[in-house]
Design a protein. Sequence first.
Length: 532
Amino acid sequence: MSDNSQSNRTVLGRLFKRLMDMRDNVPNDGHVDIRNFRDVRLVTQFNFENLDSKVATLGQVPPVWFVPMKLADLEKLEVDPQLARKFLDIDQNFGNSGFPMEPIDRVRQVSTLIEDRTTHEAWSKQNLQDVDNNGWWTTECLVEPCPDNGKSYSHLAFHLLDDKEAREDAILYSELCAIVEAMKGRANQRLVESESVREELDECGGRGKEVHPYLFDEEDPFPVLVVSCVAPQHARLFMACLPANQAQWDRAETAKKLKPRSLRAWPNLKSGSKVSVEQFLLSRVLCPPMRTPDQLDIGQFGITPALLTRAMNLLQVTPTYQLYLQSIGGDNWANPALGPFGPVLRLQAEIRAGWGKGGDDLTDEDTVNSAFIELVNALTSLVPNADSWWRTSKRRLTFTGLRKNTYVAITDGQFEVKATEKIRMPIECKGGRRAKKDRKITQQEVAELAAWVKEHRDAPDSPPVRFRPLAGQCGQEISLESLEYGEYWVKYLRQGRKAGNSFATLHKYGPYNINQASHMRRLAPVIVAMSF
């Protein structure tokens, strides 16, 4: 049994006890304030559209441990039109039938329809612990994967039926309670191969189960997928898992004897390429794998769909930008019709020539930095009366620890407000390919972002979940990054308290290759949208 699994069982047990203690004091609307649960993080408006491969699903943040059914397989399970149900609205009744329709009956219609459209191949009974309810909600259709060559998987999926009307971007008590109990039961499930022994354990309430090993000895995430059917007649998806990344971080801190330490008290603070592994761990910034450009979460960069559409429309009718796309990879940068994109093409050609002669070792970092700033400034210049610009001047960001122990991180430029010089997005560039030195580059970026957050405070009315963006170019590849964090991480930086969710997460998107017009076509609207 891994230390992490035992820790997760403890967390789940503590969380479930708290939920049971509050079951008689749930508000009438059935919702709970997730901010009151330090061990829970709720990500809303999650994008479930790009989950067609294992890489895509596990690359999400948080990772998705379920792959959707292929469309071709789903189409084989069409509902017979003659058997299609006529759903009743929530305010309808049967009139003279004498059998009033309760809200739970209406949401059950949705669940039943979905159940008819699922395969039953995953049904495999292994004495799963029942998910209890407290009267106003229930669970249906609990399934798990069939064992594969003797290996069991901890994944669970079920339907939840509730007669409450759910609010957008919020969670019901029933949803949170069912998820936690399902995960808790799965994490504590024992390996009992004998049906008779299993029945004996059921009859005696589980006494003596300690002699049996855990079914999932080394399993950490215990993923759960819930189709939540709520009033008046809606359904929504929840995917829950335990944070394996945080657990791995905890193990690394333990191995380095850093558990009682904090970043502000670390005696050997450094910046840039000199950041040590210990300092990086004490920054407590989780760094999942880079996600592809098509997985970019524009909301993390303060961009709405309307702003992105506006940017795309502007670019579509801008001749200089369209000519730039057509000229990528060529040497026609002197064409006056390119406008501000002429210098961009010249610098990009210089980078390309250096790589052609001997690879990224011959690419100058200053050239890469200049090329990136020329590109983003050319895009921002298309926005009339933009209040921000991209500057080459470097800014010093200072992280002040205890006993005057500090480090200074220096940007390679930044996107800043013209009037106030407030930093909106720092820049970090390197001459070489990122993949060769990703760990060192990430450690440097984390140090810079931590210093930025600590020195430049958030507004008092900042939302619970906050984002600080960063952009840069390594050789011929551009990346966009976003630091996601909350008040607990800020308190950790300032006070050294490892309470609640004292982690931040650095989301990375890319690479956008400067030699591919399709990549620049994806990047450009994002930069323009941030400039409005």
